[in-house]
Design a protein around this ligand. Sequence first.
Ligand SMILES: [Zn+2]
Length: 96
Amino acid sequence: MGTTKVFIYRNPQLSRCPNCSSLATLHRSRARNMWEQIVRKITFLKTYRCKECGWRGFRSTITFTKKSLKAVIIYVSLILLTAWFARYFILNYALN
Ligand SMILES: [Zn+2]
């Protein structure tokens, strides 16, 4: 087994429009409201607009490989576990 690629970076500008299926017609679009700004900040989703049909919506800039999904779950569990231990340690030792 080689190195597991967890995330594959993908540029939505080069992929097909989900509405009209035109190739490479998507362009980055500015966030129009608070909700879109929040989504853009906390997720991998970005707002895009199709110059062919006018479709507008979120596209992910990162895609998970099927094979890597298990690795992602393990990583997330490890992060949560580390965070929990850090919190436990701080609460029990640092504050005394
Ligand atoms: Zn389109």
